[in-house]
Each structure stands twice: as structure tokens, then as C-alpha cells.
Ligand binder design. Structure first.
Ligand SMILES: [Fe+2]
Ligand SMILES: [Fe+2]
Length: 206
């Protein structure tokens, strides 16, 4: 009996050591992948904003300018977590194709759908397993923002298809801490994701 207990303790101790030693490799890789994805998305949406402006779609251009900023904030948040873990990020060369605004909106919808339904839920689960709370929070802020972006992109596409793009919100706000994005003239007083006050939000459009 005593021997059995000692064997059990040895197994548990060994498992503990393994989790301490190998613990955060997957989360570091996921943070790097998310940093790359968010940086690329930020550059892509800035280009989509220019394209929308060329097509005279001012509200959609303003929306993409706001979401480009949001993605930049997500990338910076992931980078901060990586830096605290002693990790550097490599310089990136954004890769994307600009098409018509209708096609760009469809591309944006597929991108955020993947992030919010597959990529971030997986990354959050792994960060929890590896016990990296700061990564989990950074992933969650990005994932919840993407859910709002998806609604905005779909609304914009519907309005464009119905020749009513000029009825979309003229003003967008981005929370500087978590990147959450609001498409209303008067957003809520504190950010629903990180509790930042409304007067700190970055305004796009007028
Ligand atoms: Fe994002
Ligand atoms: Fe926020």
C-alpha cells in the first residue's frame, strides 16, 4: 500500500514538473500566429477603407478605418503579452488582395468568422490549459470584438446589396484598450469588454 502511494506521488510529481517545464509553448506559438493575423487584418482593412472611399462609400470606408485600428490594438495587446513572456515578434509583410467593396466585405466576414468560431476559441482553451491568463484575456478581447465586427460587416453588405449604404452609421468608436468597436452616434458609457470610459474611445467619422 505504502509502495503504491509512493509510486502515485512520483507520477504526480513528474507530471507537475513536465507542466512547469513545457507549459507555455503552444500559447506562445498561438500568440505569434494571432499577432500575425491581426497585423495583416489591420493593413488589409486600411486598404479596404481606401477602396470604399474610391467607390464613394464613405460610411463603409469609415467602418473599415475603425476596424483597422481595432485590429492594430489586438496585435499590440498580443505583442505585449509575448514581450512579458520574453518573446520577440518578427517584422511582417502584410499579404492581401483588394477587390470591390462588396467582395472585400465578403472576405472580411469569412476572416472574422474563422477567428471567432475556430481560431480564438481554440487559442483560449489552450491558454487556459497552459495557465496563461494574460494570453487568455488578450485572445478573448479580440474574439469578442470580432463578433461585433461580423455584425457590422454583414449589415454593411446587406445595405450595399440593397443600395442603402448611405443609411449606415456615419460614426464609429474604438476602445483604445481592448479594440472593441461601436457603430453608433452615442456608444455605451463604459466598454463592455474592459470597462474603459467612453471619453477615452477613438472616434472615426463625423
Ligand atoms: Fe482583431
Ligand atoms: Fe474596451
Amino acid at each position: 500500500m505504502k509502495k503504491m502511494m509512493l509510486i502515485c506521488l512520483a507520477i504526480l510529481f513528474n507530471a507537475g514538473l513536465q507542466s512547469i517545464a513545457g507549459g507555455t509553448d503552444k500559447t506562445i506559438a498561438n500568440l505569434k500566429a494571432a499577432f500575425k493575423g491581426e497585423s495583416n487584418a489591420s493593413a488589409k482593412y486600411a486598404a479596404y477603407a481606401e477602396q470604399a472611399r474610391k467607390e464613394g462609400l464613405i460610411q463603409i470606408a469609415t467602418m473599415f478605418e475603425a476596424t483597422s485600428k481595432a485590429e492594430q490594438i489586438h496585435a499590440a495587446n498580443h505583442q505585449t503579452v509575448l514581450a512579458k513572456m520574453g518573446q520577440k515578434t518578427d517584422p511582417l509583410k502584410p499579404e492581401f488582395t483588394v477587390k470591390t467593396t462588396k467582395e472585400n466585405l465578403q472576405d472580411a466576414i469569412s476572416g472574422v468568422t474563422y477567428e471567432m468560431t475556430t481560431m480564438y476559441p481554440g487559442f483560449i482553451a489552450t491558454a487556459k490549459t497552459e495557465d496563461v491568463a494574460s494570453a487568455s484575456k488578450s485572445f478573448r478581447w479580440a474574439m469578442d470584438t470580432e463578433k461585433n465586427h461580423r455584425v457590422m460587416y454583414q449589415n454593411a453588405l446587406n445595405a450595399l446589396n440593397a443600395n442603402k449604404a448611405n443609411t449606415l452609421s456615419k460614426v464609429y468608436w474604438v476602445c483604445p484598450k481592448c479594440g472593441n468597436t461601436y457603430d453608433t452616434a452615442k456608444p455605451e458609457a463604459t466598454c463592455s469588454l474592459c470597462s474603459t470610459k467612453r471619453d477615452k474611445y477613438i472616434k472615426f467619422g463625423k
